[in-house]
Structures are given as C-alpha cells and as structure tokens.
Design a binder for this molecule. Structure first.
Ligand code: 6R9
Length: 638
C-alpha cells in the first residue's frame, strides 16, 4: 500500500529512486497489490528499444473491465461511477452507479457479440460526450474488441481514413449531437465517410437528438432495441497483458495519422497509478476532466484511470461557452468538483472573459487543478492559480502524449512545490534524458535539450497500427536506445523540467536556439495581447528570423499597431534578450488550430515564408476559414 499513494516530497524521492533502481520489483508490487489478475505474469518486463519491442507483465491474463467495474461492485455498487452533465443545463444530470454501469456495459457487450464482433476485431466509435461513449469503450474491452475512438468533431474524410487504416468492422455513432446552441448531424457525417469503407459491416446508432435520419437497411441499426433484448450478463474475455486494448490516432508530420496501439496490462497499471497520485484522488471526491474521450486524455483520465480506482468521473457533453462563459464554474459549484483537469487553451479563452463570471460561483470544493495539452504560459498559469484555485489549489501541469498513454512529468499536488510553466519532476518510474544535437545526453542541471525517455514504462504505445517501421523511425531512430518525444525541455537548477515546445518549433536565429513557447509567453505578457504564435522564416544574415502572429484582446478601442509592435519587442527583449525580437508582427483575428486546440504551426510557417501554394491538409482544422484571412493579412505585417 505504501508505494501506491505518495503523500510527501521525501516519500516521492524515496519511491522514485526505488522505481528507477528496481523498476521490475517496483511495478510488480504495484500490479500485484492493486489489481485483479486472472493469471499472474511470468516476466515483469522485457524490452529492446532497437526493434523496438516492449512487453510488460508477459504471460498475465486479465480483463480491464473487471478492474474498472466488477471488483468495485461489492463495496461501491451504489456509488456514482459516471456523472453525466448534459449540454443543456436544464436537462437533468445522470448519476450512473457502478452497478448500473456494470449492467449497461454487459448489455452493450452482448449486443456487440450478437452483431458478430469478437476478440481482436476493430470497432470505430464516433460519438459525442454522452454515456454511450464510455459504455461502448468498456463494452469493447469486455469482449476483447479493439476500440478506435475518433473524436466526433473530425470530418467525414478524417473519419474514413481512420476506419480504413485499421479496417474497422463496425461503427458506433449517434443520430446527432448537441454542441452549445447547435446540433450536429453526426449520422450524416458517418454516411458520407462510409461511402468508401468496404470493411464496415454494421453501424449502431444511439439516439440523442431525435432527428430524422437516413438508416441504410442491412447496415444501420438502432442501438436501443438491441440493448433492450440483450442479457446483462457477459463474461469478461480473457486477455493477455500484451493484447491490444485500443488504437488512437494522432497526427504526424505527414498527412497519414498514426494509429497508436496501446495494450492491456501495463496501460491499466500505469493509468490507475498516475490517476491516484497526480490528482490525489480520495474515496468520495468528484473528479472532472473536461477533455473529450476522443483524445488520449479522455481515454486515460476520464475512463480507465478513474474507474480503475473506483472514482466518480464527470462527463460533460457541452462547451465552456454555453449558455455562457460561466458554465465550467457553474458545473464545479453544482457537482462540488474536487479535481478539475483542463487545457491551457480553455484557460486562456476563459481568462479573456474576465473574472466576473468566475466570482458568481462557489468554487470552494476544488482541491487540485490540472493542465494538459500544451505548455501553459505564465499569464494563464497565474490566472488559473489566482482566480480558480484562489492560490490554495495546486496546479498540476502534466506533460505527456498519446504515445505515452499516461502522465510522465508532473507535480504531485501537496507534495511537489509548483513553479509556473514547469511540469516539474518526472513521475515515478519515468527516466527522462535531455539530448544534444550530436546524440549525447546532457547531464547536470540548468541545461536544455531534446526530451527523450531512456527506460520503458508500462503504458507506452507498443507500435503504430500496421506500420511498425514508422513507429521505429518516428520514435526510436533519432537517438540510440531512447524514446524520442519530439519535445524540447529544460532542466532548471533544482532538476525541474519545463517543456519548451515541439523541437520542430525550435528556431535557430543567428546560431541561437530559441523555443517558440518562451517567446510567446513574453508576447502574451503584453496587456493588449490575447494569444500569439511564433514561427521562423528564412533570413539572409541570421539564417532564420522570427515572425509573430498576434491576437489582440477585444477591448473595443483601436490601437496603434506600430506602437504595439515596439512594446511587444521591448517585452521580449526584457524577458529573453534582443536576439528573440520579432522581425515581423502580424495582427490577426485567429490562429489555425487543431481540434484539440493546438496551433498548426506548419501552416503559419508556410504563410510566413510566403509559400502558400501547398498548405497541405487543412480539413481537420477547427477553423479552416482563418487560414485565408491570415494570408490576406500578411501584407499588413511589419
Ligand atoms: C496528453 C496530450 C502531446 C504533445 C506533447 C507536447 C504537448 C502536452 C503538455 C505539453 C507542455 C504540457 N503537451 N502536455 N506541452 N506542457 N503539460 O496532450 O497528448 O495530444 O498526443 O499531445 O502535447 O508537445 O508532445 P497529445
């Protein structure tokens, strides 16, 4: 038990050291004490990063849903497992107990079986944030089918690419979805996507918005009548620890998304263990992660990690701006949220609205705040800390990736002293390394380099679906015997890590390495600036120069752009040095963003280089229309 829940800094260092010196003993103890296995492993770990091949708990047998559901029934049967908060605040929230979850997952699992789905088959799930999403994920896991959740904001083209890549036999969707004041015709998007997906035999359709939709005979089936007829008893399929649990696509440097494959045993152990510690979850807490289950954050920290701990996890269907920008805080008050986990992009959007809407609500239940997805800039960090956490709830800035399956570098609340914009210390069992351009590890503190991980951890992705070579090339070829994250990081004088942004975003100006994130931080310090993105463009003398895209706060008054440019560069000079000054600044209304809120720098880079002939695939952007307006605005950059 002692290793499972870390309570102070000294204990963190102790447990950390043990996890590094004897990783196998360490993870074996965690796995043994806290999970339900049908058969124990023969070997805790075997690995070879040159192939690469990693196996955890080889020979063990289990089913993750027995760990997430069945084993809680005796003691937590009537406890809420999933608390569903609908898009419309006037629609009643649903409290789904562990007992009810068990029945619903079993029924759903039997429906899948009755429709011919078995172990190893791929099932694509394209659903909004409604209970059926979590339930269908768990139903697949129950019978050993591999789920591939596609975020329900992706277009039909993106959906069909993903369905075909992993040859899904079935698609689970809904008639439509609610998103703020809008309704979205999800089934229409699926119909479009399925025009060219010969692998799909069946489409199950959940009813959410009660719209009239086209049902393709022989292919499309309403879910509810099938559930009504199904038994609520479904034996959990026996899975090997290394059997695939799911595929989740992440975008890469080429147009083809990478289907990251996660396996069962190690993923379960690591997501459960990180959840417990990173959020300091206690038995009666109500935990809310605002991500969508379509992303890795939702897989690991809405579904699997919380449920494996018998937690109450909130699923929110809506958006932060509906019916107004106070919605998140209204929900915190309504459900007395104890842990709140969101993304910097949401924090910045909410901060832009001021603090009036925050002050209307009682946020005193909050104990821990989390951030994930991109570096959190200093201004956003302080706003979050001051206005939401009231300076008493620690912010856990959690760095990790779809590929890592679970949180890798993070403070542990009430254990690790936080520092704005720092993800702080490696989590238990994680061995980061900073590398220089010549492939050498940089030792000591107050250094920066490319962030690698030099030892396997249980929840790492094992391959890219159907393309092991690409897995090797992308992650294991840049640095010998190390997993390369693609991110840059610095380690400060006490050993805290700060993620400085994707290494592909590092720009070398006059021989100096400049990360875009710290420059953006500096620009965002200007009181008139809402958001910014920095890219490099070629320069005769310096090699590269810096181009800044800047969104101004909407104050209603007009500002002198040339003065602003001077002031922004003055702040950069103060924060980083004159070397980081921007050669060009373009004021814009928006920035091209991926659906998970990341700025698409690739596009901005091309525009800055005046190379707009081939911008690549912009169809998966949240706001494709913004691209043309930025191109049109380049003539006003200076
Ligand atoms: C979980 C998730 C992964 C990339 C990652 C990094 C960035 C995520 C971060 C962060 C700085 C943090 N990132 N968390 N950068 N600080 N706390 O977001 O997975 O969508 O695969 O993105 O996101 O660049 O490499 P994913």
């Amino acid at each position: 038990m002692s290793n499972y829940h870390i309570k102070h800094l000294e204990e963190y260092y102790q447990v950390y050291r043990k996890s590094i010196r004897e990783p196998e003993n360490f993870w074996e103890e965690v796995a043994e004490e806290h999970f339900m296995w049908q058969k124990k492993w023969e070997k805790v770990l075997s690995w070879d990063f040159t192939k690469p091949e990693v196996k955890w708990f080889e020979g063990a047998q289990l089913n993750i849903t027995e760990n997430c559901i069945d084993r809680h029934l005796a003691t937590r049967g009537n406890k809420t497992a999933i608390l569903f908060e609908p898009n419309d605040p006037n629609e009643e929230a649903q409290h789904i107990t562990y007992k009810e979850l068990s029945e619903r997952v079993n029924k759903f699992a039997n429906v899948l079986k009755n429709q011919g789905i078995g172990k190893g088959d791929r099932v694509c799930i394209y659903l909004p944030m409604i209970p059926e999403l979590a339930i269908s994920v768990l139903a697949c896991a129950r019978i050993g089918a591999i789920h591939s959740v596609v975020f329900a904001g992706f277009s039909s083209t993106a959906l069909s690419t993903r369905i075909n890549d992993s040859e899904c036999k079935m698609v689970i969707t809904s008639d439509g979805s609610f998103r703020g004041a809008k309704t979205i015709d999800l089934k229409g998007i699926v119909d479009e996507a399925l025009k060219d997906t010969p692998c799909v035999q069946t489409v199950l359709v959940a009813k959410r918005i009660d719209s009239i939709i086209h049902m393709e005979s022989d292919r499309d089936k309403w879910l509810q009548p099938l559930l009504d007829d199904a038994s609520s008893d479904c034996k959990a399929e026996v899975m090997n620890a290394e059997d695939p649990l799911f595929i989740l696509y992440t975008s890469g440097s080429t147009g083809m998304p990478k289907g990251m494959v996660h396996t069962t045993g190690g993923y379960m152990v690591y997501t459960a263990y990180t959840f417990k510690n990173v959020f300091q979850y206690r038995e009666d807490d109500i935990y809310w992660c605002t991500a969508d289950i379509g992303w890795i954050t939702g897989h690991s920290y809405i579904v699997y990690g919380p449920l494996a701990n018998g937690a109450t996890t909130v699923m929110f269907e809506g958006v932060p701006s509906y019916p107004d920008f106070g919605r998140f805080w209204e929900i915190v008050e309504k459900h007395k949220i104890n842990q709140f986990y969101t993304a910097p992009t949401a924090i910045r959007a909410l901060a832009k609205q001021g603090s009036e809407l925050v002050e209307k609500y009682d946020l005193s239940s909050l104990k821990t705040l989390g951030s994930v997805g991109e570096p959190i800039n200093e201004e956003a960090w302080h706003w979050y800390n001051d206005n939401i956490g009231k300076k008493k709830s620690p912010i856990v800035d959690t760095w990790w990736q779809t590929e890592t399956g679970g949180i890798m570098i993070t403070p542990i609340p009430f254990v690790t002293p936080t520092k704005p914009t720092y993800a702080t210390l490696p989590f238990i069992g994680i061995q980061p390394a900073l590398m220089d351009e010549n492939g050498q590890e940089i030792r000591g503190n107050q250094v920066d380099g490319r962030l690698c991980i030099k030892f396997p951890w249980p929840s790492m992705a094992r391959t890219i679906w159907g393309n092991h070579q690409r897995y090797r090339d992308t992650y294991f070829s840049a640095f010998e015997n190390k997993y390369f994250t693609g991110d840059g990081a610095l380690r400060d004088e006490v050993g805290y890590y700060r993620i400085t942004g994707r290494v592909d975003d590092v720009i070398i100006v006059s021989g100096h390495n400049l990360g875009t994130a710290p420059i953006e931080d500096a620009v965002n310090e200007h009181p008139a600036v809402a958001e910014s993105a920095i890219v490099g463009f070629p320069h005769d003398v310096k090699g590269n120069a810096l181009y800044g895209y800047v969104i101004l706060k909407d104050t209603g008054e007009s500002r002198d752009h040339n003065n602003l440019r001077k002031e922004i560069n003055q702040i950069i000079t103060e924060h980083i040095g004159p070397i980081a000054k921007l050669d060009k600044i373009q004021f814009t209304q928006g920035l091209p963003k991926t659906r998970s809120g990341k700025i698409m720098r690739r596009i901005l880079r091309k525009i800055a280089c005046n190379d707009t002939t081939n911008l690549g695939d912009t169809s998966t952007l949240l706001n494709p229309e913004v691209v043309q307006s930025i191109i049109d605005g380049t003539k006003n950059s200076n």
